[in-house]
Design a protein around this ligand. Structure first.
Ligand code: SAH
Length: 567
């Protein structure tokens, strides 16, 4: 029972909302507040107090016995903006209660226990059903007790701090098994049920057929992802309603598409009726997978011909590869989407120095595959291979992961059998530009001066073209110990088309703790001051230094009306 206590009119309003949302689980304690809290604390397993946390702490302090027996206590403020578990966060259930109260009242749960702050994914929040000892296994995960994970169906899961063996277990399965006492069964949507039906087939007949097929094959209805059929049956009431009752969508395919699927049991009847020799098997198999139940027909008590067919396929879990740009360095230039993807992935692949940049954001249990400089193609291959095994993988890169980074080698490896998501990041060029002023106000290019993978002739030709076209140029990988002549050479090419006074911005470690930036000119830049942590942005013929900032005018019209850059 949850005891509800309030003092003010506003508190009573929120209290009544909660009481009417959970009529069977709550009891309102009226009367003087101090007395009400004391009574509720001894009589209920949980309390929601519409009172200040301080007041509640003072009232319950003398009553505390121990972590395992004390009631869980949640305080809600006067405006019902926050739900604060003040006592019994885990054992007392107050964290969960605060979240639930938050949902009813639109209040934000303010959870302060350490394990929740580090963010272990809730087993019941994975987007598909969890059965069994959810509370006990979650608690074991939170308390770092060993929890073993078995995945009978490979499916992309968020990271969970699991072990090889353990007293507790998480089992990813679509089979009709019962959970053990200390076990959670996760039901991924891995089963596709293909269905065919004659016009007017009763809903009960379709449902009964599907239920029989699943039961006899030892499969759980909770793992059914969809009912699949041919376009012509999209509105067939028996199928539509059966899907509704199962809580899954109806997915349809054209007869042409289904006719192209190789099936074990084709037949003439559907060919004549809808134009494909198989509906149930073909619709179940069209997206690939393993046929667990070949076509079977419904049985009718009165011996009349069957009106429904079905077949069941286990589809392969699709791994997920997120290619995530971390931005140039500063945490507040990492996008919220990038953060979400990092926390969603159970496997993280990246260069060790980039992993360090975001290690604190990762959820416990994330498998980190880090490697040193170079090894790019191997990293790409590893990331794709992990995704193909059905994992949720994040492949990280600094700036934008698609710019001189991991996205292209990874996508060159990636096959159609995985989902790929790109998360854009703030590039070094953009971060540097923001520091310098507005150097990229008109057309601009980035050119990498690294000739490790690109022949110098190609690089030189591109620099020539940018020079001739009067485009602002940002040089990446400008200069390293072993590569010191490329930058002077590239600058000389630009100097052939631009005045010595052309502004040049040099930004080192943009947005990192030792950030530095300088504004100089094409004539005055000393290449020896540039290294691999740097980008160099060279203005076009209209770029000017204004009040110490680098500004490239937006339009050619403006350019015509402004004084020429001093030559
Ligand atoms: N994907 C990255 C680029 C990687 S190439 C991006 O989108 O920005 C590596 C080069 O990027 C470095 O040699 C340097 O020229 C540049 N670079 C990366 N981060 C930088 C930063 N914070 N400040 C300045 N230059 C940086």
């Amino acid at each position: 029972m949850i005891g509800l206590i309030s003092a003010t009119a506003a508190g009573a309003t929120a209290r009544d909302r909660l009481a009417s949302a959970w009529p069977d689980r709550t009891r309102v304690y009226e009367g003087p507040v101090a007395d009400a809290v004391r009574r509720a604390f001894t009589e209920c397993e949980e309390l929601v107090c519409f009172l200040a946390t301080g007041a509640v702490v003072r009232l319950v302090a003398p009553l505390l016995v121990g972590k395992t027996t004390d009631a869980g206590v949640v305080c809600v403020d006067e405006a019902a903006r926050y739900a604060v578990p003040v006592l019994g966060g885990h054992g007392g259930g107050a964290n969960d209660l605060a979240r639930a109260v938050g949902e009813v009242l639109g209040a934000e749960p303010v959870v302060t226990t350490a394990t929740d702050a580090v963010g272990i994914a809730g087993l019941d929040t994975l987007g598909f059903p969890a059965e069994g000892a959810v509370a006990a296994v979650t608690r074991a995960l939170l308390d770092s007790e060993p929890v073993a994970l078995t995945a009978e169906v490979p499916w992309p899961l968020p990271p969970l701090p699991v072990a090889e063996r353990g007293a507790y277990a998480v089992r990813v399965t679509d089979r009709a098994v019962e959970p053990g006492e200390r076990e959670v069964l996760l039901r991924p949507p891995s089963l596709v049920v293909g269905v065919g039906a004659s016009r007017g087939a009763p809903e009960e007949e379709v449902l009964g057929l599907v239920a029989d097929a699943l039961r006899e094959a030892g499969l759980s209805a909770r793992s059914v992802a969809e009912l699949a059929t041919v376009d012509a049956k999209a509105g067939e009431p028996g199928i539509v309603r059966a899907a509704e009752r199962l809580g899954v969508p109806v997915v349809t395919y054209s007869a042409e598409e289904l006719a192209a699927v190789a099936v074990p049991n084709p037949s003439g009847a559907p060919l004549a009726a809808v134009g494909t020799p198989s509906v149930a098997e073909a619709a179940a198999l069209v997206r690939g997978g393993e046929l667990l139940v070949p076509k079977r027909k419904s049985e009718r008590a009165d011996g009349t011909p069957a009106m429904a067919t079905c077949a069941v396929v286990r589809r392969p879990g699709r791994g997920r590869l997120a290619v995530v740009g971390l931005g140039p360095g500063a945490r507040d230039l990492l996008t919220p989407r990038a953060k979400a993807e990092l926390q969603r992935a159970s496997v993280l692949v990246g260069l060790d120095q980039y992993v360090d940049q975001i290690r604190d954001l990762l959820r416990p249990g994330t498998r980190i595959l880090e490697s040193g400089l170079g090894a790019e193609e191997e990293r790409a291959r590893t990331a794709v291979a992990e995704a193909r095994r059905g994992h949720a993988v994040a492949l990280i890169g600094s700036g934008d992961a698609g710019v001189y980074a991991m996205a292209s080698p990874a996508l060159a490896e990636a096959s159609e059998d995985i989902d790929v998501v790109g998360v854009p990041g703030v590039t070094a060029a953009l971060a540097a530009a923001a520091i310098l002023g507005a150097p990229l106000g008109h057309d601009h290019v980035s050119i990498s001066l690294s000739d490790l993978h690109t022949p110098w002739e190609v690089i030189e030709r591109r620099v020539q073209a940018a020079a001739a076209a009067d485009i602002v140029v940002t040089f990446y990988n400008p200069r390293s110990r072993g590569r010191d002549w490329q930058l002077p050479k590239a600058l000389a090419i630009l100097a052939g088309h631009r005045a010595p006074g052309t502004p040049v911005g040099v930004v080192r470690n943009a947005s990192r703790p030792d950030e530095s930036a300088r504004l100089t000119t094409l004539g005055a830049l000393d290449p020896a001051t540039v290294d691999m942590m740097t980008v160099v942005t060279v203005g076009n013929t209209a770029t000017r230094e204004i009040a110490g900032r680098m500004v490239t005018p937006r339009g050619y019209r403006w350019q015509e009306n402004t004084p020429e850059v001093a030559r």
